[in-house]
Write a protein of this length. Structure first.
Length: 380
């Protein structure tokens, strides 16, 4: 009798526990069955885009128009009128050298030229007199020839004096170092008080509008490149920006050290100016074709296999895809099979997603609240 009573009590306790757990089980089942809420920003509709194939190119930005201004005469630097980054126009004076010595030479040359003019005039007058007397047989032939020689010598002396005057004037002018073209001062190499010998570097001037991309490609890929190919590249210091250009020339001589081949790429700068000397890297678009492309963020890699999460008929399906070439410009991958154009996939599949799990696209008025829910559900 006692055993029967204990059994009855145990059955009552068990029934009570089962009854109490039913709401929790029901809540768990209800939560599991609730579809994943998505917003339009979570989905990517696949369409065909351009797949560019071609070699990698790396190098730097260099100005085509560049002048290294050196001292053409020696002297003390009196003034430096422009500094790094200053805009200059053609003919602007950049550096002034001491003119004292060259001013004295110019004055001396001017006096020598005036003296030579006077001597020539006197010699010509003497020659005319001797010629007149010779006709009257009042002077010897030797006297006439001597007058002619003196006049010729005076003519030569005047030519030499004028040449020295031109040289002195040019040297005087060279004490003012001027900009040969409009541009920007890239490097200032001297300061006031420095001694500038002939050939000493004073300034470097560049034209920012003439900047081009001078890059190198591997020798085994140069056969794919042709003049006129489009180049897409990034420049250090300009994060997130892509620049384009066109292959203008292919250097016929490979680099002796690296055996790479240089490409000169004309850039499409429009109104934007870039800093010369910065490192740049990109790709030559040697061959373009239309292909179905997916971003790297949408791919799930499991060993040698690749998957995407496709959204269709209010379900999420883990779909295996076969990949082709990679577009190095944007980091996207070509899809050869597995999905077709027009399919919708998750942009950033994260979190505990279930193959075949229910999902639905939230309506527009609920975007703000549902988007938060979707981010929590997908692990974003």
């Amino acid at each position: 009798m006692k055993t029967i009573k204990m059994t009855f009590i145990a059955l009552c306790i068990t029934s009570t526990l089962v009854a109490c757990s039913k709401p929790e089980v029901a809540a768990t089942v209800e939560a599991t069955a609730k579809p994943l809420q998505l917003v339009s920003q979570d989905l990517l509709t696949l369409t065909e885009s351009t797949l560019a194939r071609g070699p990698v190119i790396s190098g730097s930005l260099q100005p085509v128009v560049k002048a290294e201004l050196n001292a053409e005469v020696s002297g003390i630097v009196m003034q430096v009128l422009k500094d790094n980054g200053d805009l200059v126009k053609t003919g602007d004076v950049l550096v002034k050298l001491d003119q004292t010595t060259y001013r004295d030479k110019l004055l001396s040359a001017q006096e020598a030229e005036r003296s030579a003019v006077v001597t020539l005039e006197q010699s010509n007058r003497q020659l005319k007199r001797m010629q007149s007397l010779s006709k009257q047989s009042l002077v010897t032939q030797e006297g006439l020839e001597a007058a002619e020689n003196k006049a010729n010598q005076a003519q030569s002396d005047l030519a030499s004096a004028r040449a020295r005057l031109v040289e002195a004037r040019q040297q005087m002018e060279k004490t003012d170092v001027k900009a040969p073209f409009s541009g920007v001062v890239a490097t200032r190499k001297v300061s006031a008080g420095d001694t500038a010998q002939i050939g000493k570097g004073l300034m470097v001037l560049i034209d920012p509008a003439s900047i081009r991309f001078e890059g190198y490609v591997a020798a085994d890929r140069v056969g794919q490149v042709k003049v006129g190919n489009k180049v897409t590249f990034k420049v250090n210091g300009y994060s997130g920006q892509f620049f384009t250009g066109t292959v203008e020339r292919i250097n016929p001589l490979a680099n002796e050290s690296t055996r790479q081949v240089q490409l000169l790429v004309a850039m499409e700068l429009k109104e934007q100016s870039l800093v010369a000397g910065l490192y740049a890297e990109g790709h030559v678009e040697a061959q373009n074709s239309d292909a179905l492309m997916v971003p790297e963020s949408a791919l799930i890699r499991e060993g040698d296999k690749n998957f995407v999460w496709q959204f269709a008929n209010n379900e999420l399906k883990k779909t295996e895809v076969k990949l082709g070439d990679k577009d190095e410009r944007w980091g996207t991958q070509q899809v050869l099979s597995g999905i077709v154009s027009g399919a919708q996939i998750l942009r950033h599949p994260q979190g505990a997603l279930t193959d075949g799990g229910k999902a639905e696209l939230a309506s527009a008025p609920q975007v703000s609240s549902v988007q938060t829910s979707a981010k929590v559900s997908t692990g974003n």
